[in-house]
Design a protein around this ligand. Structure first.
Ligand code: AN7
Length: 374
């Protein structure tokens, strides 16, 4: 028996809409670590177990690889020669990678000037056609839907159900690792595909079939056998300047330092409300200052460097544990959706450890050390 991990389609094939003879486009994504936080719980002085699912360790540095291996595998099996997406950055990085792997063209529409440098670099180096539009993600999404109807390109945004099926595997991995579902699952919400996918995965493992029917594909049916008895309560968090789920309606000019979730008109609106309602969960919002402070806390206290949008899941967990909304004794999983290296500019700007510049001699280096030993 080989133990060589070959990606999430290979791992969960029987639970995904992929035929046995289909050529799989994979970069061996998934299988990310579920890391218990060791220092932050004691700051809270609460008896809770917090684990972070570090999706930044996927091949392109975000959870988008889970959906993209499925979407591009399906596109190629249908004979598609080109894919297209609108993106705040991570979807474009993943689309670019899987298109390169498959040998097809990739077009990405990104918002003018509002994308982290690392993500732009990823799309550019992989040879995608980068179309920077003078508008935001929601404008890009509208245009992708319009052009998708008239040009021979496959849309790989999360309105593509194969994306959702790929991303649901995060819930499978968490349950397989813990032996059961967590009590609470905290995650950032932007376009809302990911909360939709998490809930789909949890429902499938709990044998709840109804929700899955809205994600039908031509490749079904597949195994939905029950694995666990419970589903977690889903806690979705948004940036205050981009919080349509808190306002109760789409918003026009979303703003936040967490550019990944700078989205005003989420495409999976109804599905996300269903996930929130059926899990007895909630949405909440955080300011940019709170988001950045949590990003820094995770880096300083746990050594985990995620991007700003991802940190909001831990900001939410901490607030709700402190208030008792998440009770003591709970097991809480937070999805850290993307890697901190995606957005080095934001990290450097808020760093509190300035770089010390010294002459190249022992005395000065020694002084720098002694001055800073606490
Ligand atoms: C790091 O790349 O929408 O609620 O175009 O990159 O499923 O949209 C990114 C979203 C959270 C929100 N964290 O997930 C895109 C894009 C990170 C992200 C989200 C995104 P959804």
């Amino acid at each position: 028996m080989t133990t060589h991990y070959k990606g999430l389609i290979d791992r969960y094939r029987s639970r995904l809409p992929v035929k046995n003879d289909t050529r799989v486009i994979t970069l061996h994504e998934g299988n990310t670590p579920l890391i218990p936080l060791e220092n932050i719980p004691s700051i809270l002085r609460k008896d809770v177990k917090i684990l972070v699912k570090f999706e930044g360790l996927n091949p392109t540095g975000s959870f988008k690889d889970r959906g993209m291996t499925m979407a591009v595998t399906q596109a190629v099996s249908e004979g598609s020669k080109a894919i297209i997406c609108a993106s705040t950055g991570n979807t474009s990085a993943a689309a670019a990678a899987y298109a390169s792997r498959a040998g097809i063209r990739c077009f990405v529409l990104i918002p003018d000037g509002k994308i982290a440098q690392g993500k732009l670099a990823q799309a550019m180096i992989k040879g995608s056609v980068v179309i920077q539009i003078l508008g935001n993600f929601d404008d890009g999404m509208r245009l992708v839907k319009e052009v998708g109807d008239s040009a021979p390109v496959t849309i790989v945004n999360s309105i593509n159900p194969y994306r959702i099926h790929g991303q649901k595997t995060i819930a499978f991995e968490i349950i397989d690792a813990l032996g059961r579902a967590p009590d609470y699952h905290c995650l950032p919400v932007g376009n809302a595909g990911n909360i939709t996918a998490h809930w789909l995965g949890y429902c499938e493992y709990a044998g709840i079939a109804a929700y899955a029917d809205s994600f039908q594909t031509e490749q079904g049916p597949y195994n939905k056998d029950k694995v666990t008895t419970k589903t977690p309560i889903m806690c979705g968090y948004q940036a205050s300047g981009s919080a349509p789920f808190l306002r109760g309606h789409p918003i026009d000019n979303p703003e936040t330092v967490a550019t990944a979730i700078r989205i005003g008109n989420p495409q999976s609106w109804d599905q996300a409300w269903t996930a929130s309602r059926d899990s007895k969960g909630w949405f909440d919002e955080f300011t940019d200052a709170e988001i950045l402070a949590t990003q820094k806390l995770l880096a300083e206290k746990e050594g985990i460097f995620c991007e700003p949008a991802s940190a909001i899941s831990v900001a939410g967990a901490m607030k709700d544990i402190r208030s008792g909304k998440i009770p003591e004794g709970s097991t809480v999983v937070c999805t850290l959706t993307g890697h901190g290296l995606k957005d080095p500019d934001t990290a450097i700007k808020q760093s509190s450890s300035p770089v010390i510049r010294v002459e190249a001699n022992l005395a000065q280096v020694q002084k720098a050390i002694l001055d800073n030993l606490k």
